[in-house]
Design a protein around this ligand. Structure first.
Ligand code: ATP
Ligand code: MG
Length: 755
């Protein structure tokens, strides 16, 4: 068993305990994922059939990496393991069993955009106030209900839910939920939450199927168990009920998905579900230096709700954690890019040794800009997926419609794209006729002359085209069929004719998709290579799944949420500012704030030996310059672990309005801020807290501001007006502030008081 040598005694004990329920509750970087990987390898080496193993991971990427490692130890047996995210694994299971719950096996998976579009149509038909019933709000409510296994009937019959909805003036939610479910069903579509909801339904109502999968999955393992929701919890519980060979690993301190219904109680109650449970604790962090682990511990200690753990590292103490301050978000990007360039050159590192983590996707903009300017290659993970781009979705909608002509969202997307003279009114008529006759819109189109008044001839042509695609997909390879559809739908031509840069880009993206399909249809390791197989779970794919150059040497950019489970030698966490991180939305309750703090904990613990944290003192939000306070989380770190780098000076022309508007107007005309002319900043506290406005501070009407006047700025303090330029309402004032030097401000946004 030499393959078990790379484990410490506790890890080894957990790996060897292959029978019965096991829970590993352990700190970040302590080898939880490693234990699962080795456990699977050990099961196979001990003679367990690889077809009997189910492993649920947090991302498909994690599953792929795990499979590679197992393959390394056990050889090609690794291929047979069912391994992936909850959504991808149970989509696969549902494809086999869908007919038992009245769905076709070629059901479409609706992504969030599709779900929203269905809801938008329903809300419009019902003529509901779109403020009270905003699409996002309604979708969240339905999603939450599904993840708590509350179906629409139960929703409508639950007195408490009804009372709450009515008292908030949203008494129609139950009806919307019902209609939404019926529309999805009619379209042969499931949304993301359905993949779990329907799996539960299947396992609950069909004893033979439950039995089949209980026999199949004799060994279950779940990584990141702290982030499972009720629906996921119940699937696992049902599948494990007979053999009870279930092993879950998790860390309560890294639970960061409560906002999506994840329930930390799933960990805390595990012992109640399985009285024979064996619990293993891992405390040694193998990933990070002592300083990094200590900082993480000092942050998480501020949370009241937590299982106390003593996470330690035996690595060197390592560098202190650097805190950098910038005066704008663009400047923050520049500082980060410079730091990465410097580290790479002086330590002989690769670009892929670095990651930049942020709280919100929007923050990637200033980082990308700085990386591009410095010629640093980077890749954004988990951003807008390749498969979410409009042109890709358009072509895929044709594929979807070919395999499932009832797919209403796909139909609406392409019925008149490229333009073929089928206007919105006709589409509305089709939908109305479908509702009235209780058939699907595609069935209406097939007999357009019978159902639709003034049906344009193009409807028949459209139906005939889709039917011809169906024939092609039966007789041709995935690639040939896809190419045929791209050409004969007119989509390729439409994109080809658009000669703008964006148009060219879109055309290339379609080519890239076709190339991907070609590769797929030439694969030798799989039997079924039809376009239908390629298509099946496209809605579940992320950017990372498409990536051809997985090994490309690039800096990784991602939100902290998507960095879970990963590790990088050097990590930058950016945007440590109040109202950004912690986010504004989390400030209302202790539990939300604690979730933000866990998120910070996750971010810190991604770093192996160098961690840099940065914040900007001003940032554009929704087109307005706002000044920012350093995050409270920075104050929570024991100062002895920190090294402050406040050398960046406010650049004279980095008066942010100019900088940003230049950027937004045209990316490439952005000009570098000129050299700093302002005196260095005097900091009063280590984190340069903002100027505290005088008692009674109130922004004045500045329309009569004159050169030479004394002013007080809410955040920059006292200063004198040097120049005024431009015309109302875009007058810019250059002001010399005593504390921080010269700044240029757009008066309409500046919080100034004339003194
Ligand atoms: P997270 O909480 O971030 O998901 P984790 O607990 O899953 O972390 P792993 O990712 O499994 O931790 O391990 C962290 C790092 O430590 C990995 O690089 C892993 O290879 C290494 N590691 C874990 N255990 C050992 C060990 N016994 N000897 C050497 N390296 C180890
Ligand atoms: Mg892990």
């Amino acid at each position: 068993m030499d393959y078990l040598e790379g484990l410490n005694p506790e890890q080894k004990a957990a790996v060897l305990q292959i029978k019965g329920p096991v829970m590993i509750i352990a700190g970040a970087g302590s080898g939880k994922t490693r234990v699962i990987t080795f456990r699977v390898a050990h099961l196979i080496r001990s003679g367990v059939d690889s077809f009997n193993i189910l492993v649920l991971t947090f991302t498909n990427k994690a599953a792929r990496e795990m499979r590679e490692r197992i393959n390394h130890i056990c050889g090609p047996e690794a291929k047979n393991i069912w391994m992936g995210t909850f959504h991808s694994v149970f989509a696969k299971l549902l494809r086999v069993e869908a007919n038992r719950i009245g769905y076709p096996s070629n059901f479409t998976i609706y992504d969030t955009d599709d779900s929203k579009s269905v809801l938008r149509a329903i809300l419009k038909e019902m003529q509901l106030d779109d403020k009270l019933y905003s699409v996002n709000f309604v979708l969240n409510r339905i999603s939450a209900a599904k993840n708590n296994l509350v179906g629409w009937q139960e929703y409508q019959n639950n007195e408490q839910i009804q009372a709450d909805d009515f008292s908030s003036g949203r008494g129609m939610l139950g009806t919307i939920y019902q209609t939404y479910v019926q529309r999805c069903y009619r379209a042969g579509a499931m949304d993301f939450d359905d993949l779990l909801f329907k799996t539960n339904e299947l396992l609950k109502n069909h004893a033979d199927i439950l039995n089949k999968y209980q026999q199949k999955f004799k060994y279950l393992m779940v990584d990141e168990y702290q982030d499972t929701n009720f629906s996921q919890y119940l699937i696992v519980k049902r599948l494990a009920a007979v053999n009870e060979n279930i092993c879950v690993v998790g860390d309560d301190a890294q639970s960061i998905y409560a906002f999506r219904g994840a329930n930390i109680q799933n960990i805390l109650n595990f012992e109640k579900d399985y009285p024979d449970l064996k619990i293993f604790k891992l405390e040694q962090n193998y990933r990070s230096t002592q300083n990094i682990v200590n900082v993480a511990n000092s942050v998480i200690a501020n949370n009241k709700e937590q299982l106390k753990k003593n996470v330690f590292s035996q690595k060197e103490s390592g560098d202190k954690i650097k805190v950098m301050r910038a005066f704008s978000d663009n400047e923050e990007g520049k500082l980060v890019a410079d730091a990465i360039m410097y580290q790479r050159t002086s330590n002989g590192l690769k670009w892929h040794d670095f990651a930049i983590l942020y709280r919100t996707n929007a923050q990637s903009r200033s980082m990308e800009e700085a990386l591009r300017k410095n010629g640093i290659p980077y890749k954004i993970y988990g951003g807008l997926s390749f498969y979410q781009r409009k042109e890709i979705k358009d072509l895929i909608a044709y594929f979807r419609l070919t395999f499932n002509p009832n797919d209403e969202e796909a139909l609406k997307r392409v019925i008149n794209y490229p333009k073929r003279g089928i206007g919105d009114t006709t589409v509305d008529r089709i939908i109305v006729a479908a509702d009235k006759n209780n058939i699907t819109p595609f069935e209406v189109i097939l007999e357009a002359n019978r159902y639709v008044e003034k049906a344009p001839a193009s409807l028949n042509a459209f139906a005939a085209m889709i039917q011809s695609f169906q024939v092609i997909t039966k007789n041709q390879s995935a690639y040939e069929a896809a190419l045929h559809i791209a050409q004969h739908s007119g989509l390729l031509k439409d994109l080809y004719e658009d000669k703008s840069v964006e148009g060219l880009n879109r055309y290339e993206n379609i080519q890239e998709l076709l190339n991907g399909i070609k590769e797929f249809s030439e694969r030798e390791d799989i039997e079924e290579k039809g376009l239908d197989i390629f298509m099946q779970d496209v809605a579940l794919l992320t950017n990372d799944d498409k990536d051809k150059d997985k090994d490309a040497d690039t800096v990784s950019l991602m939100t902290i949420h998507s960095s879970k489970g990963l590790e990088f030698p050097q990590v930058h966490i950016v945007g440590l500012e109040e109202n950004l991180f912690p986010s504004q939305m989390s400030l209302n309750s202790r539990s939300d704030l604690e979730e933000e703090r866990r998120l910070f904990y996750v971010a810190i613990t991604r770093a192996e030996y160098k961690l840099t944290i940065s914040y900007a003192t001003s940032r554009f939000k929704f087109g307005t310059l706002i000044s920012c306070e350093p995050s409270r989380f920075l104050d929570e770190i024991d100062a002895k672990y920190l090294e402050l780098d406040f050398t960046a000076k406010p650049a004279a022309s980095s008066s942010f309005d100019d900088e940003r508007s230049a950027w937004t107007r045209k990316n490439d005309t952005y000009t570098k801020p000129k050299a700093a002319t302002a005196p260095p900043v005097k900091t009063t506290s280590i984190l340069a807290k903002a100027h505290v406005p005088s008692p009674g501070f109130k922004p004045s009407d500045t329309s009569n501001l004159q050169v030479g006047m004394q002013v007080e700025h809410e955040r920059f303090g006292f200063g004198k007006v040097l120049t005024l330029e431009g015309n109302k309402p875009d007058i810019k004032a250059t002001i010399f502030f005593k504390e921080i030097g010269q700044k240029q401000l757009l008066l309409k946004f500046a919080k100034l008081s004339i003194v």
